[in-house]
Design a protein around this ligand. Structure first.
Ligand SMILES: [Zn+2]
Length: 306
């Protein structure tokens, strides 16, 4: 699955909203304390679990997710959440973020920032939940999710602060790992942010996938990559590079190791005109996912016909 790059107008609006929060917190050093952001925004946070549903014992009569109305009659919210398989939820009228306690702890931070994202994006209030007036189609829902993720990334990586620090360091997975520790976020979300910021208009690609030599039971060879993260420059010139091609290249140099660095290599990719370009790929296994960073090197000189 390839990432969605959100619109220029929307990204500027979201940047403005996040900027207000960061200034409101007095331009803090990383890592951002989410409790402070929530306090500033007067948001309430509650956890729910199948053992303790008290946080979500409200009765709701309508709940729309991805364009489908999943409740028609009043129902306890927890049942609705379970039915829709939601790991987090934003209730605009209550200014409340609900988080699923059973999700891995590492994911709570991202889920919470994602819901804060929905809460600060003005055009999400009417659409996100409850009201069926604007029926969401799946593409529209995917775009809103991308916008909330963009806001989460802007917030958790303190906007320009991350970009400046990332650009000041050598391009590579080691820098991504250092920034992960400094900003207190997951390796995946750090890689994601890194490619968008450092890649920018130059081609750069990231892949989050299974271990090519240690696949899980649910591995699907037709969809081998959980996420392909493209910089704007990559999306513009290398849109025909499929996840299968990327995974094949990754498999060609990765070792069997059960954790840590799996290897690195130069890789040749064709652009949309069919011209060949050299990239440098490196992969790391955090024991859940393999994270790969591909940075652009140079075009390969074309054979000149006389
Ligand atoms: Zn969402």
């Amino acid at each position: 699955m390839k990432n969605i790059i959100i619109g220029e107008y929307e990204s500027q609006d979201i940047q403005g909203q996040v900027d207000k929060i960061i200034r409101g917190l007095g331009n803090p050093d990383p890592p951002l304390i989410l409790d402070d952001a929530r306090e500033l925004l007067l948001l309430d946070r509650k956890f729910y679990s199948s053992a303790d549903t008290s946080a979500v014992s409200e009765v709701v009569s309508r709940l729309t997710v991805a364009g489908k109305q999943i409740i028609k009659r009043p129902m306890i919210l927890f049942d609705a959440i379970r039915k829709a398989k939601l790991s987090a939820l934003w209730l605009p009228d209550k200014k409340r973020i609900l988080l699923d306690e059973s999700q891995p702890k590492l994911k709570h931070r991202w889920n919470e920032a994602h819901e804060i994202g929905h809460s600060i994006i003005p055009w999400h209030d009417a659409l996100h939940l409850g009201d069926n007036e604007y029926s969401l189609n799946p593409a529209c829902h995917a775009r809103m999710e991308a916008e909330a993720n963009y806001a989460a990334g802007q917030l958790l990586f303190l906007q320009d602060r991350f970009r400046t620090e990332a650009l000041d360091s050598t391009v590579g997975l080691n820098t991504v790992k250092e920034l992960k520790v400094r900003y207190g976020n997951t390796l995946s979300s750090t890689l994601w942010r890194y490619i968008e910021e450092v890649g920018g208009d130059t081609p750069m690609v990231g892949v989050i996938s299974a271990h090519p030599h240690r696949p899980n039971n649910d591995f699907d060879p037709d969809r081998p990559c959980r996420h392909v993260i493209q910089s704007r420059g990559f999306k513009r010139a290398f849109s025909k590079v499929s996840e299968k091609i990327l995974f094949r290249e990754i498999r060609s140099y990765c070792g069997m190791q059960s954790g840590g660095p799996l290897g690195e290599s130069d890789v040749i990719l064709k652009d949309d005109n069919g011209d060949k370009h050299a990239y440098h790929f490196e992969s790391f296994f955090n024991r859940y996912d393999v994270l790969t960073l591909g940075r652009y090197l140079h075009p390969l000189s074309r054979a000149v016909s006389a």
